[in-house]
Design a protein around this ligand. Structure first.
Ligand SMILES: Nc1nc2c(c(=O)[nH]1)N[C@H]1C(S)=C(S)[C@@H](COP(=O)(O)O)O[C@H]1N2
Ligand SMILES: [Mo]
Length: 159
């Protein structure tokens, strides 16, 4: 079973399944993410919904997003994404396929509108299997310059 592990500065560490996501309160469900993000489709919960479940402490400054499948990691300021971050868990009501970045995927609508250097399209972490709430910035291996970025994308979409 593919799960999402939640750890760090939280009242409750937890391991969420696809069923757990579906059972999250309706106020935190996004039944059609295309309404918030052009060109994407599927079902998500809001980051606020996750926060309501695990209750991170006031000391939390950063959100660690880990994709262990390809060893991709981002650490971003929680405050900058708390109001709009999404965790996609389904497409057409089914668990999100690895081909679509599943089992879980972090998504930030309007990433370009955000005035924080640390938030960019690259922080839309695919193959998400672990979210960590930390006080300080954690491990982050997103591409640091154009060259690294192009190399990563060449690898993602081989010609
Ligand atoms: N696990 C993982 N997530 C990732 C990446 C990656 O290489 N591995 N690339 C990032 C980058 S650099 C970008 S720009 C977006 C691209 O998402 P898209 O392919 O859905 O457009 O995914 C991000 N998430
Ligand atoms: Mo990127």
């Amino acid at each position: 079973m593919t799960t999402l592990r939640i750890s760090g500065l939280v009242a409750r560490e937890m391991t969420l399944t696809f069923e757990d996501f579906g059972a999250v309160d309706a106020q935190y469900q996004v039944p059609d993410i295309s309404e918030q993000m052009d060109g994407r489709d599927g079902q998500a919960i809001t980051l606020q919904g996750l926060v309501a479940l695990c209750e991170p402490s006031d000391e939390t400054g950063f959100l660690g997003l880990h994709g262990s499948l390809d060893d991709f990691h981002a650490s971003i300021p929680l405050a900058a994404v708390l109001q709009r971050g999404l965790i996609q868990y389904a497409q057409d009501g089914q668990p999100l396929d690895v081909k679509a970045g599943g089992p879980y995927r972090f998504l930030i609508p309007d990433y370009a509108a955000c005035n924080t250097d640390e938030i960019d399209e690259c922080a839309n972490v695919k193959f998400l299997d672990h979210i960590e709430f930390t006080a300080d910035r954690g491990f982050d291996n997103r591409p640091e310059d154009e060259q690294e970025h192009e190399a990563l994308h060449a690898h993602e979409h081989p010609q």
